[in-house]
Design a protein. Structure first.
Length: 335
């Protein structure tokens, strides 16, 4: 959710990797998740964080300056205060040992272009739910500290996804996402996705279906992040359809994903658990696929999309009475 403009900055304005690593380790030490006396060595930490040794070395140096770790006779640093007598604990440095989330991405290793695209996509997909907006290229370039060409290239990609539009010699425009548009998208999806699944079903690996079911179990009854929700939706509505082998159909379906924006923003703003109906309907399709009942799976997918249309329109009504979230300054509301 676009609540704080600072969170939208790309790498040029984001914390350096060494600072991210320092903060992660500082939090782990301060919360006492890290065993006292643990030996911290550059190499294993670099592998854990997915970076080179340089940012790890900088992070450890800063932690040492803070007095959270200290040097000792062995290689690396030890989690202890200066001159504190403590037995060095030399064990493998894993997420569990450092008390870190097993799923969390510790360091964002995406390129600046990837971060820019993601940030613009989140901003545009949010604003279009709340009205009609104009995007100013020059202000966006200044906001992200990148060139206008970089902004334009990202916007061209997002235009292909249906998130923004532009006529020759005119401004970039986004939204509004209306009930009529949502209905149109669902009609397209209900027709094409069910046909694509029937064609793809015989070629779907059983393990892929089982993995998708496991992911459903992990989110059922829980509040989910945007990334988790997107993955659950993509599992069924994109990845399970790709074996159909119709690239044109898949491109049309990718351009008809706008209704998912409503669902994402709805859960982000209200901070409530994922709807049980979504999980149950997805699970029913997967169970039919595992049984080889491909016609029933396709029918179940179509019924799921028809019910999703109703739920999405209800969510859009709820969002219409909520305050517009803070948006970046390069977006000007037209109506």
């Amino acid at each position: 959710m676009v609540n704080d403009s600072d969170s939208l900055k790309v790498e040029a304005r984001a914390p350096a990797r060494y600072e991210t690593i320092r903060q992660v380790l500082e939090d782990a030490i301060a919360s006492r998740k890290v065993p006292h006396g643990l030996v911290l060595v550059e190499g294993p930490l670099a592998q854990l964080f997915g970076t080179s040794r340089v940012p790890v070395r900088q992070a450890l140096s800063l932690l040492h300056d803070q007095g959270l770790i200290t040097r000792f006779e062995g290689r690396g640093f030890i989690v202890a205060r200066q001159n504190e007598e403590v037995e060095p604990l030399r064990i493998a440095l894993t997420r569990s040992v450092l008390g870190l989330d097993q799923q969390r991405e510790l360091v964002d290793t995406r390129s600046t272009g990837e971060k820019l695209l993601q940030s613009l996509q989140e901003a545009l997909s949010t604003c279009m739910v709340f009205g009609h907006y104009q995007l100013n290229e020059a202000q966006a370039a200044e906001f992200y500290n990148v060139s206008r060409n970089s902004i334009r290239e990202s916007l061209m990609r997002l235009r292909d996804k249906g998130l923004v539009e532009k006529e020759p010699y005119s401004q970039w425009l986004a939204g509004p996402l209306t009930a009529r548009e949502i209905t149109d998208h669902y009609e397209i999806r209900a027709s094409l996705e069910s046909a694509a699944l029937r064609k793809a079903a015989p070629h779907l690996p059983q393990q892929q279906i089982l993995d998708n079911l496991q992911r459903l179990d992990q989110v059922e009854g829980k509040r989910v992040s945007s990334a988790e929700l997107e993955l659950v939706e993509d599992d069924l509505h994109l990845f399970c359809l790709e074996p159909a082998g119709n690239r044109t159909m898949m491109e049309i379906l990718r351009q008809s994903q706008s209704p998912l924006i409503v669902t994402r923003i709805f859960y982000e703003m209200l901070a409530i658990p994922i709807d049980d109906a979504i999980v149950k309907e997805h699970r029913l399709v997967y169970e039919m696929l595992l049984k080889g009942s491909w016609d029933l799976a396709a029918m179940g997918l179509r019924e799921h999309l028809e019910r999703s249309q109703i739920r999405t329109l209800q969510k859009l009504k709820v969002l219409s009475v909520l305050p517009v979230p803070e948006l970046p300054p390069y977006l000007l509301r037209l109506s």
